[in-house]
Design a protein around this ligand. Sequence first.
Ligand SMILES: [Fe+2]
Length: 212
Amino acid sequence: MWDFHTHILPGIDDGASSMEEAIEMIGQLQKLGFRGVVATPHANPMYVPERGLLIELRKRLKSETGFPIIIGYEVAMDTLSVYSPESLAIEGTRLILVELPWFDERFDYEKTLLRLIREGFVPVLAHPERHSHITLEDVIKMKAMGTLIQVNVKSLMGAYGRDVQKRAHRYLSIADLMGSDAHSPQDYIDFIAKGVEYYEGKNFGRYKEQTN
Ligand SMILES: [Fe+2]
Protein backbone atom coordinates (compact mmCIF):
# COMPACT_ATOMS: atom_id res chain seq x y z
CA MET A 1 0.00 0.00 0.00
CA TRP A 2 1.35 3.37 -1.11
CA ASP A 3 0.21 6.84 -0.12
CA PHE A 4 -0.15 8.68 -3.43
CA HIS A 5 -0.66 12.33 -2.43
CA THR A 6 1.39 13.82 0.42
CA HIS A 7 3.27 16.94 1.47
CA ILE A 8 6.03 15.07 3.21
CA LEU A 9 9.22 16.73 1.97
CA PRO A 10 10.44 19.20 4.60
CA GLY A 11 10.53 22.97 4.11
CA ILE A 12 9.19 22.89 0.53
CA ASP A 13 5.56 23.93 0.90
CA ASP A 14 2.93 24.02 3.65
CA GLY A 15 3.64 20.37 4.53
CA ALA A 16 6.34 18.98 6.84
CA SER A 17 8.22 21.93 8.31
CA SER A 18 11.41 20.10 9.29
CA MET A 19 13.36 16.92 8.67
CA GLU A 20 12.18 15.68 12.11
CA GLU A 21 8.55 16.20 11.16
CA ALA A 22 9.03 14.42 7.81
CA ILE A 23 10.65 11.48 9.65
CA GLU A 24 7.70 11.44 12.05
CA MET A 25 5.30 11.27 9.07
CA ILE A 26 7.23 8.33 7.69
CA GLY A 27 7.03 6.69 11.13
CA GLN A 28 3.24 7.03 10.98
CA LEU A 29 3.14 5.59 7.45
CA GLN A 30 5.20 2.59 8.55
CA LYS A 31 3.02 2.06 11.59
CA LEU A 32 -0.09 1.97 9.38
CA GLY A 33 1.46 -0.58 7.02
CA PHE A 34 2.36 1.65 4.05
CA ARG A 35 5.25 0.43 1.90
CA GLY A 36 6.05 3.70 0.21
CA VAL A 37 4.94 7.24 -0.40
CA VAL A 38 4.64 9.64 -3.33
CA ALA A 39 5.81 13.13 -2.34
CA THR A 40 3.68 15.72 -4.17
CA PRO A 41 4.71 19.26 -3.18
CA HIS A 42 2.66 22.11 -4.65
CA ALA A 43 3.66 23.44 -8.06
CA ASN A 44 2.14 26.63 -9.42
CA PRO A 45 3.09 29.06 -12.22
CA MET A 46 4.96 31.27 -9.72
CA TYR A 47 6.94 28.49 -8.05
CA VAL A 48 7.90 24.94 -8.95
CA PRO A 49 10.32 23.47 -6.39
CA GLU A 50 13.35 22.27 -8.28
CA ARG A 51 13.40 18.51 -8.78
CA GLY A 52 17.09 18.32 -7.84
CA LEU A 53 16.28 19.77 -4.41
CA LEU A 54 13.45 17.26 -3.94
CA ILE A 55 15.78 14.41 -4.85
CA GLU A 56 18.34 15.66 -2.34
CA LEU A 57 15.70 15.78 0.43
CA ARG A 58 14.56 12.28 -0.51
CA LYS A 59 18.16 11.06 -0.22
CA ARG A 60 18.44 12.46 3.30
CA LEU A 61 15.08 11.00 4.36
CA LYS A 62 15.96 7.66 2.80
CA SER A 63 19.26 7.47 4.66
CA GLU A 64 17.45 8.18 7.96
CA THR A 65 14.48 5.85 7.45
CA GLY A 66 15.11 3.55 4.44
CA PHE A 67 11.52 4.29 3.37
CA PRO A 68 10.75 4.33 -0.40
CA ILE A 69 9.76 7.80 -1.67
CA ILE A 70 8.77 8.67 -5.24
CA ILE A 71 9.01 12.29 -6.31
CA GLY A 72 6.11 14.07 -7.99
CA TYR A 73 4.16 17.31 -7.78
CA GLU A 74 0.63 18.48 -7.13
CA VAL A 75 0.32 20.68 -10.16
CA ALA A 76 -2.06 23.65 -10.26
CA MET A 77 -3.41 23.28 -13.81
CA ASP A 78 -2.35 26.74 -15.00
CA THR A 79 1.28 25.74 -14.26
CA LEU A 80 1.13 23.71 -17.47
CA SER A 81 1.01 26.85 -19.55
CA VAL A 82 4.47 27.70 -18.19
CA TYR A 83 6.19 24.38 -17.38
CA SER A 84 6.31 21.18 -19.45
CA PRO A 85 4.37 18.12 -18.28
CA GLU A 86 7.62 16.11 -18.51
CA SER A 87 9.13 18.23 -15.74
CA LEU A 88 6.08 17.74 -13.49
CA ALA A 89 5.20 14.04 -13.90
CA ILE A 90 5.39 11.44 -11.13
CA GLU A 91 8.87 9.96 -11.26
CA GLY A 92 9.12 6.82 -13.42
CA THR A 93 5.56 7.16 -14.75
CA ARG A 94 3.44 9.17 -17.21
CA LEU A 95 1.08 10.10 -14.37
CA ILE A 96 0.68 13.76 -13.51
CA LEU A 97 -1.28 14.87 -10.42
CA VAL A 98 -3.28 17.96 -11.35
CA GLU A 99 -5.37 20.28 -9.22
CA LEU A 100 -8.25 22.46 -10.46
CA PRO A 101 -7.93 26.21 -9.87
CA TRP A 102 -9.46 27.30 -6.55
CA PHE A 103 -10.72 30.70 -7.67
CA ASP A 104 -11.15 30.67 -11.46
CA GLU A 105 -14.30 28.59 -11.92
CA ARG A 106 -14.34 29.27 -15.66
CA PHE A 107 -10.84 27.85 -16.23
CA ASP A 108 -10.90 25.54 -19.27
CA TYR A 109 -9.71 22.39 -17.50
CA GLU A 110 -10.91 20.13 -20.33
CA LYS A 111 -8.44 21.76 -22.69
CA THR A 112 -5.57 21.10 -20.25
CA LEU A 113 -6.61 17.48 -19.64
CA LEU A 114 -7.00 16.80 -23.38
CA ARG A 115 -3.58 18.27 -24.09
CA LEU A 116 -1.95 16.04 -21.46
CA ILE A 117 -3.70 12.95 -22.81
CA ARG A 118 -2.78 13.82 -26.40
CA GLU A 119 0.87 14.13 -25.32
CA GLY A 120 0.77 10.66 -23.76
CA PHE A 121 0.35 11.59 -20.10
CA VAL A 122 -2.25 10.26 -17.70
CA PRO A 123 -3.71 13.11 -15.66
CA VAL A 124 -4.76 12.27 -12.12
CA LEU A 125 -7.33 14.73 -10.79
CA ALA A 126 -6.56 15.58 -7.15
CA HIS A 127 -9.49 15.66 -4.71
CA PRO A 128 -12.40 16.82 -6.95
CA GLU A 129 -14.58 16.63 -3.82
CA ARG A 130 -12.85 19.74 -2.46
CA HIS A 131 -14.01 21.84 -5.41
CA SER A 132 -17.66 22.73 -4.83
CA HIS A 133 -18.29 24.01 -8.38
CA ILE A 134 -17.44 20.59 -9.85
CA THR A 135 -20.29 18.08 -10.16
CA LEU A 136 -20.39 14.30 -10.32
CA GLU A 137 -21.26 14.62 -14.03
CA ASP A 138 -18.13 16.75 -14.59
CA VAL A 139 -15.97 14.14 -12.86
CA ILE A 140 -17.55 11.28 -14.82
CA LYS A 141 -16.83 13.21 -18.03
CA MET A 142 -13.18 13.78 -17.05
CA LYS A 143 -12.84 10.10 -16.25
CA ALA A 144 -14.33 9.12 -19.63
CA MET A 145 -11.68 11.33 -21.29
CA GLY A 146 -8.94 9.25 -19.65
CA THR A 147 -8.34 11.10 -16.39
CA LEU A 148 -7.79 9.10 -13.21
CA ILE A 149 -9.66 10.32 -10.15
CA GLN A 150 -7.94 10.69 -6.77
CA VAL A 151 -10.01 11.15 -3.60
CA ASN A 152 -8.50 12.33 -0.29
CA VAL A 153 -8.82 10.05 2.72
CA LYS A 154 -8.84 13.25 4.79
CA SER A 155 -12.00 14.30 2.91
CA LEU A 156 -13.67 10.94 3.55
CA MET A 157 -12.88 11.29 7.25
CA GLY A 158 -14.41 14.78 7.48
CA ALA A 159 -11.25 16.90 7.73
CA TYR A 160 -12.74 19.62 5.47
CA GLY A 161 -16.31 19.52 6.79
CA ARG A 162 -19.55 17.72 6.05
CA ASP A 163 -20.15 18.90 2.43
CA VAL A 164 -16.71 17.81 1.22
CA GLN A 165 -17.10 14.54 3.11
CA LYS A 166 -20.45 13.84 1.39
CA ARG A 167 -19.01 14.57 -2.06
CA ALA A 168 -15.96 12.39 -1.32
CA HIS A 169 -18.22 9.45 -0.51
CA ARG A 170 -20.18 10.11 -3.72
CA TYR A 171 -16.95 10.02 -5.79
CA LEU A 172 -15.55 6.98 -4.02
CA SER A 173 -17.12 4.42 -6.38
CA ILE A 174 -15.52 6.04 -9.46
CA ALA A 175 -12.18 6.87 -7.80
CA ASP A 176 -9.02 5.20 -9.12
CA LEU A 177 -6.53 6.31 -6.50
CA MET A 178 -6.50 7.24 -2.85
CA GLY A 179 -4.18 9.71 -1.18
CA SER A 180 -3.95 11.15 2.30
CA ASP A 181 -3.01 14.72 1.28
CA ALA A 182 -1.24 14.66 4.66
CA HIS A 183 0.58 17.85 5.61
CA SER A 184 1.72 16.77 9.09
CA PRO A 185 2.19 13.72 11.35
CA GLN A 186 -1.06 14.71 13.08
CA ASP A 187 -3.01 14.19 9.83
CA TYR A 188 -2.05 10.50 9.95
CA ILE A 189 -3.07 10.24 13.61
CA ASP A 190 -6.34 12.16 13.28
CA PHE A 191 -7.61 10.94 9.91
CA ILE A 192 -5.58 8.34 8.03
CA ALA A 193 -5.27 5.80 10.86
CA LYS A 194 -9.08 5.54 10.86
CA GLY A 195 -9.46 5.70 7.08
CA VAL A 196 -6.69 3.43 5.91
CA GLU A 197 -9.17 0.81 4.60
CA TYR A 198 -10.11 3.20 1.77
CA TYR A 199 -6.80 2.42 0.05
CA GLU A 200 -8.14 -1.07 -0.64
CA GLY A 201 -8.36 -1.43 -4.45
CA LYS A 202 -7.48 2.24 -5.06
CA ASN A 203 -3.85 2.04 -4.20
CA PHE A 204 -0.91 3.48 -6.13
CA GLY A 205 0.98 0.16 -5.69
CA ARG A 206 -0.55 -1.32 -8.85
CA TYR A 207 0.56 1.62 -11.03
CA LYS A 208 4.01 1.32 -9.53
CA GLU A 209 4.25 -2.36 -10.46
CA GLN A 210 3.56 -1.49 -14.12
CA THR A 211 6.54 0.85 -14.17
CA ASN A 212 9.01 -1.70 -12.74
FE1 LIG B 1 -2.19 18.32 -1.66
